[in-house]
Every structure is written in structure tokens, then in C-alpha cells.
Design a protein around this ligand. Structure first.
Ligand SMILES: *[C@@H]1O[C@H](CO)[C@@H](O)[C@H](O)[C@H]1NC(C)=O
Ligand SMILES: *[C@@H]1O[C@H](CO)[C@@H](O)[C@H](O)[C@H]1NC(C)=O
Ligand SMILES: *[C@@H]1O[C@H](CO)[C@@H](O)[C@H](O)[C@H]1NC(C)=O
Ligand SMILES: *[C@@H]1O[C@H](CO)[C@@H](O)[C@H](O)[C@H]1NC(C)=O
Ligand SMILES: *[C@@H]1O[C@H](CO)[C@@H](O)[C@H](O)[C@H]1NC(C)=O
Ligand SMILES: *[C@@H]1O[C@H](CO)[C@@H](O)[C@H](O)[C@H]1NC(C)=O
Length: 421
């Protein structure tokens, strides 16, 4: 069962967006662009577990919830997106022209709410309480976990299967990472009280705590500033810890079966929306999605973006044009690092960059030919879920199956009892 093929070259180097130089100025929208799609990871959130023994001023929102930094990042995203789309759609929310989707997670919904509130500040007929909320109006969105959070769709049995080796660090790359860093992991386990050799997810939690400590100016504990471990000073130790940030979600996106299951249905939705835009099936101008690392990074890799991580509130933007030919341009967006956001061209796989025109656009037909095989439309089939899961993704079909088989046994034994009697 251990024939797992990982397809990334730089498997475990956590390159934060601050490391690769972000452009300071965003790409401007092409004059021919008629339709824009954006996808984003949620903004900064709290760690799953809080580190003990630090003087912490943050974290009141609770484990994994969006923080004030996360809200600011999301606002920065909305601000930059509005600058980018310009007058493609009105400031006022127009239900025929824009549509938004979120995973069910609080942090994703809140990220989307903040970003789209900034994209659609109400004006004129849409004003409703200018004294208190001059620039804010509620904006609706759709929750879809099959598109944006397949890992938590209950009926998706296959999801547990593809995640198990990652969750258990049971793939060669994670085992090697553990072995190569065993001394550090032991030291950190001892200092934090979290057993990191039992699960690298705990090392990821520690990295998440450091991210928050940096954002909220929390003093580091002495075991980090003055490490009692050979060959490590503060910056080396911190660098090593940061390599574990989002280690499991990133590993999912590197491991094809997980990447495909997490991102393939979202990619199908994107392809359908681009096809609809080409055939003018509707008046849609902007579509946005908010999701998680494993799903956002997976869909970006499936659509040919060369990228090994997505920091909080980072993601992609797709422009679609019909003239002079039906084509798309694929861009990244990143926070830098909180209030400022930047939109810029993605690095693409060779197959895609080979068919890119000089302005960065790729014919829609080429794009679909190349990435269609990375998508799927029938999610219950891919998930090994019954087709009725379509209407109730979180239904517990295993228990209804055992209910009906229990019923069968009951009836059979009554019949049998009658025969015997
Ligand atoms: C794109 O690739 C270049 C060259 O390898 C690299 O320097 C740059 O950091 C990459 N940019 C992104 C956004 O990945
Ligand atoms: C939208 O803005 C562009 C650039 O500023 C301008 O050329 C165009 O006429 C505007 N379109 C509408 C419908 O206002
Ligand atoms: C909303 O969008 C539709 C489709 O583009 C358009 O016909 C309509 O005029 C817009 N409504 C407003 C109030 O701008
Ligand atoms: C940590 O977990 C590993 C593997 O489950 C176990 O062998 C080890 O004894 C644990 N260490 C501590 C200090 O509990
Ligand atoms: C942390 O310190 C920096 C630099 O002094 C400051 O700009 C920033 O606002 C502080 N962060 C918070 C959350 O207070
Ligand atoms: C920490 O160690 C690294 C590698 O040995 C070294 O390059 C760096 O200068 C050291 N930093 C400090 C602050 O001593």
C-alpha cells in the first residue's frame, strides 16, 4: 500500500510568499477581459492548539478562527480585486453579474464576507444606513463543501483513504523529514509538551503559533531565543520550525490522489463557468471562491500553476476574454504581508507556458484540453459515495446502509423462525 508517488521537486521547502520577491504593483486587467474568477485561501487564523508558557495577547476568537490580521488581509484582497476589476461590474452588488462561494468553515465565510464587502461598497439606491454603515452592505454567497472542502464532506469515503497516509506521516517524504530532524523534534516536543515525533501536525501547530507571535509581537520563549540544542541558534531553529508550517495540507497538494480528489471538482466548476462565459449563457462578470490550503493549492496545481504553498489570503485570479479569441490569463494574488495585496502573473507548467501568447493569455481551448483530465464532474463517484449524496453530501450513508441490512436480518430471522416453528 506504500506505492505513493509524490510529484513535487521542492517537496518540503516552505517558501513563504515573503521569501520570493513579490511585485510591488499589481498587473492591470486586460482591456478585453469580460469575466474574472478569483479563488482564495482564508485569511490568517489561530492555531489549532495554543502554545503554553507565552504571554499571549491574541487568540480570543478561538482555535482555527479568523483573526484581526486575517480580516485585514481579506480586506486588502477585496481592495486590490476592486481596483483590478474596475468597472467590469458596478460597486453595488448585482445578483445577475456576480456570484460567490465559500467552504462551510467560519474562517472561509468570514474571509469572503470581508473581501466582498470591500468589492461592493453600497452607493445611491443601495445605501441603507449611511450613518452607521456608509460602505457596507450584506452580500450573499453559496456554501459548497464538495467544491471547496471535500475533506470534510461526510459521505466522501475516499477522502479518508487519501488522507490517512498523510495524517499518519506514513509516506516516505514525511518519514524522511521526521528522521532528518529527529533531534530538533525531540527538543521541541520536550519544550512544548507536544509529541511531534508521534505526529508532524504538532510541529505545524508550533509553526502556526510562531506566525501569530510575529504578527502580534509576542516575545519568544527562552527555549527558542537560546536553544539548548547543538548547531542551532534562534534563526536556524525558527527556520526549521517554519518548514513544518501547513505540512499536512501541503503534502496533500503534492500527493496526486489527494490533490485530484480535493481540487478536481472545483476545477470542473471553473471550466464550466469559463465555457458558459464563452457561450454568453449568462451575464456573470465576477465569481469568487474562499477555501483552504489543501484545496486551493491543489486546484492551483491542477490548473498548471507552479506553486508549493499558499499563505493565508493568497490564491489565484483568472481573466477571460472573447476578443480577439476566447482566452484566459492566470494570475496569483498574495498578501504583502497584511493590508497590502498584489495580483501578478503565475508561473505555469511548461505545457501551458508553451501555448501562452506574448500578453500571457492562453486560448481557452488549449487550457481546457490540457487541464480537463485533472478535473471530475461526478463527485459522488470519485468519493465512493452513493449518488443520493448529491442532495445531502453530509448524510451518514454507512449507518443507513447498516440500518437496512439490520432490517433485512430482522425480517429474515422472523421468516426463518416461522419456518422452523
Ligand atoms: C517564478 O519562477 C521564477 C524563476 O524560477 C522564480 O524566481 C519566481 O520566484 C517564481 N515566481 C513565483 C510567483 O512562483
Ligand atoms: C470602464 O472603464 C474603462 C477604463 O477606465 C473605460 O474605457 C470604459 O469606457 C468604462 N466602461 C463603462 C461602461 O463605463
Ligand atoms: C444588473 O446586471 C444586469 C445584467 O448585466 C443588468 O441588465 C442590469 O441593468 C444590472 N442592474 C443594475 C441596477 O445595474
Ligand atoms: C511520542 O510518540 C512516539 C510514537 O508514538 C512514542 O514512541 C514516544 O514514546 C512518544 N514520546 C513521548 C515523550 O511521549
Ligand atoms: C507589532 O509591531 C510592529 C512594529 O513595531 C507594528 O507595526 C505592529 O502594528 C505591531 N502589531 C500589532 C498587532 O500590534
Ligand atoms: C545562526 O546560524 C547560522 C548558521 O550557522 C548563521 O549563518 C547565522 O549567522 C547565525 N545567526 C546568528 C544571529 O548568530
Amino acid at each position: 500500500m506504500k506505492i505513493l508517488i509524490l510529484t513535487s521537486v521542492v517537496f518540503f521547502s516552505f517558501i513563504s510568499a515573503d521569501d520570493h520577491q513579490l511585485p510591488l504593483v499589481s498587473t492591470t486587467i486586460s482591456p478585453n477581459t469580460e469575466f474574472v474568477i478569483f479563488g482564495t485561501r482564508h485569511g490568517n487564523r489561530n492555531p489549532e492548539t495554543f502554545l503554553n508558557g507565552i504571554d499571549r495577547s491574541w487568540g480570543q476568537e478561538g482555535s482555527l478562527e479568523l483573526t484581526s490580521v486575517g480580516k485585514r488581509q481579506s480586506y486588502g484582497l477585496g481592495l486590490e480585486l476592486r481596483k483590478f476589476i474596475g468597472n467590469l461590474t458596478t460597486n453595488n452588488f448585482n445578483t445577475s453579474e456576480v456570484k460567490y462561494y465559500s467552504s462551510s468553515a467560519n474562517r472561509c465565510q468570514m474571509t469572503l464576507q470581508v473581501a466582498i464587502a470591500r468589492i461592493h461598497p453600497p452607493e445611491s439606491w443601495n445605501d441603507w444606513n449611511t450613518q452607521r454603515f456608509d460602505d457596507w452592505s450584506p452580500i450573499p454567497y453559496t456554501i459548497s463543501d464538495p467544491i471547496l472542502r471535500m475533506y470534510s464532506v461526510k459521505s466522501c469515503k475516499k477522502s479518508d483513504e487519501v488522507w490517512a497516509p498523510i495524517d499518519n506521516d506514513d509516506i516516505p517524504e514525511l518519514e524522511n523529514l521526521k528522521n532528518d530532524n529527529s533531534q530538533v523534534l525531540q527538543y521541541l516536543s520536550q519544550e512544548t509538551g507536544w509529541n511531534m515525533t508521534a505526529n508532524l501536525g504538532k510541529a505545524a501547530d508550533l509553526a502556526d503559533n510562531l506566525i501569530q507571535m510575529d504578527f502580534y509581537n509576542t516575545s519568544y520563549p527562552i527555549w527558542l531565543t537560546q536553544p539548548k540544542i547543538n548547531g542551532y541558534n534562534e534563526s536556524e531553529l525558527k527556520k526549521t520550525i517554519m518548514e513544518f508550517a501547513e505540512i499536512h495540507p501541503r503534502s496533500c497538494a503534492y500527493y496526486y490522489p489527494c490533490r485530484y480528489l480535493m481540487g478536481g471538482f472545483w476545477l470542473d466548476d471553473i471550466i464550466n463557468k469559463l465555457n458558459d462565459a464563452e457561450s454568453s449563457k449568462n451575464a456573470l462578470k465576477v465569481i469568487g471562491y474562499a477555501s483552504h490550503t489543501e484545496v486551493t493549492l491543489s486546484v492551483m496545481k491542477l490548473m498548471g500553476i507552479e506553486r508549493e504553498e499558499v499563505t493565508t489570503s493568497a490564491g489565484f485570479v483568472i481573466e477571460f476574454r472573447r476578443r480577439p479569441n476566447a482566452a484566459i490569463r492566470i494570475l496569483n494574488h498574495d498578501p504583502n504581508p497584511i493590508d497590502t495585496h498584489v495580483i501578478y502573473p503565475s508561473n505555469l507548467t511548461k505545457e501551458l507556458s508553451d501555448v501562452q501568447e506574448s500578453d500571457g493569455f492562453i486560448r481557452l481551448a488549449d487550457f481546457i484540453r490540457i487541464v480537463r483530465p485533472e478535473s471530475y464532474a461526478d463527485w459522488p463517484k470519485q468519493c465512493d459515495a452513493p449518488s443520493c449524496a448529491l442532495d445531502n453530501p453530509n448524510g451518514d450513508f454507512s449507518s443507513s446502509a447498516s440500518f437496512s441490512s439490520n432490517l433485512f436480518i430482522l425480517i429474515a430471522s422472523i421468516v426463518l423462525a416461522n419456518i422452523i416453528n
